[in-house]
Write a protein that binds this ligand. Structure first.
Ligand code: NAP
Length: 345
């Protein structure tokens, strides 16, 4: 059986997902697309030779009898209304981050899904599908370095576009660490503080860059994340866990080792898409397979909600300079068990 998928939002990542489902993955077919930019939606249908109808808007697409499951890749502020409409229609939905732009919006989705009575929502936190993070999780889950005590991370981008402003270092960039670290450690956050070192002269638009995010988990693990989005040299994701009996590092992406011109060197990736391309493939294949079985096995609406609460606390911590407590509440029974499925490497 082929899963008939409708895509809302045919921008950059929407088109990537359409191409991977059409050309790389198995078991899914794009049967419907929509975008506020109708020309763009028509173009992807033509270019990829899709047997797909172009809908006037997301709600008409969700209601279509041809569509069994949805991918929401539109502009972030539209996600909440489309995910709520998908739940109302009883259709499984894969939503790119953010699940909603506010914690309140995410909570509405959690409440609607629980009221519906069956998990339908998966959020696009693809790092959980990265082979390196999975190998690192394996080390921790099997206690190969004892209990984790400290985690050192860095999220570095070479540059960012002019429209990268305000809180985006938190809401667009740090969100991936917020999700993947709580999954990696099987723990939730208790507090956050943000300190700002000297700002790079290469940062634009008044951005304070880099920032250092200091998180504490409920078990007392201390995490530092350097977010530096104008580092110039490449897209560089680092994670080192210090445990009771050893340390474990996220593996570097594989790369040719060169001995040339009196140097030993390896290339560093510059594009996040290249760094996580395999993870997106695994993530969406897993979503198609799980959806066909009627389950959600990836990051849930609850995970999307927790990330939104933690992001809000990070923004408050940055604005105030204070240590801010984080209270996400206990995971509802409805969502229990889900984290462990995707945790198995
Ligand atoms: P994008 O290129 O701007 O694409 C978004 C598309 O949605 C645009 O074509 C936009 O049209 C369209 N759109 C806006 N409102 C809509 C509506 N009401 N109905 C249908 N379409 C609508 O952005 P993107 O980079 O693809 O990002 C899309 C989402 O994916 C964002 O939430 C982003 O955070 C997320 N994302 C996640 C990852 C990840 O690593 N997991 C990576 C990239 C992006 P206009 O341009 O005409 O407004």
């Amino acid at each position: 059986m082929t899963l008939k998928i409708g895509v809302i939002g045919t921008g950059a990542i929407g088109q990537d997902h359409i191409r991977r489902i059409t050309n790389v993955l198995s078991g899914g077919e794009i049967v419907a697309v929509t975008d506020v930019n109708q020309e763009q939606a028509k173009q992807i249908v033509e270019v990829e030779k899709l047997n797909a109808k172009v809908y006037d808007d997301g709600h008409a697409l969700i209601q279509s009898e041809d569509v069994e499951a949805l991918i929401v890749t539109s502009w972030g502020p539209t996600h909440e209304e489309f995910v709520l409409a998908a739940i109302k229609a009883g259709k499984p939905v894969f939503c790119e981050k953010p699940l909603a732009t506010t914690a309140e919006g995410c909570k509405k989705i959690v409440d609607a899904e629980m009221a519906y009575g069956k998990p339908l929502v998966q959020v696009g936190f693809m790092r959980r599908y990265d082979k390196g993070y999975r190998a690192l999780k394996n080390v921790l889950d099997y206690q190969k370095i004892g209990e984790p005590l400290i985690v050192h991370c860095a999220h570095r981008n070479p540059t960012v576009p002019d429209n990268y402003i305000g809180d985006m270092a938190i809401t667009d960039t740090l969100v991936h660490e917020i999700d993947v670290l709580r999954w990696l450690l099987n723990d939730d956050y208790a507090s956050v503080q943000i300190v700002t070192p000297r700002t790079s002269s290469l940062a634009k638009n008044g951005l304070k860059d880099p920032i250092m995010v200091l998180l504490e988990t409920k078990k007392g693990i201390r995490i530092d994340v350097e977010v530096f989005v104008n580092c110039q040299f490449g897209y560089d994701i680092q994670c080192q866990v210090v445990g009771e009996t050893g340390t474990a590092n996220l593996p570097e992406p594989s790369s040719v080792i060169m001995r040339s011109e009196a140097k030993l060197s390896t290339e560093i990736l510059v594009d996040w898409k290249d760094r996580f391309i395999e993870s997106y493939d695994i993530e969406l294949q897993d979503w198609i397979n799980s959806t066909k079985k009627g389950i959600v096995s990836g990051p849930t609406a609850w995970d999307g909600y927790v990330v939104a609460v933690v992001s809000d606390a990070c923004v408050e911590a940055r604005n105030s300079g204070e240590i801010v407590s984080i209270a996400t509440g206990d995971i509802p029974e409805f969502y229990k068990g889900n984290l462990s499925i995707v945790g198995e490497a």
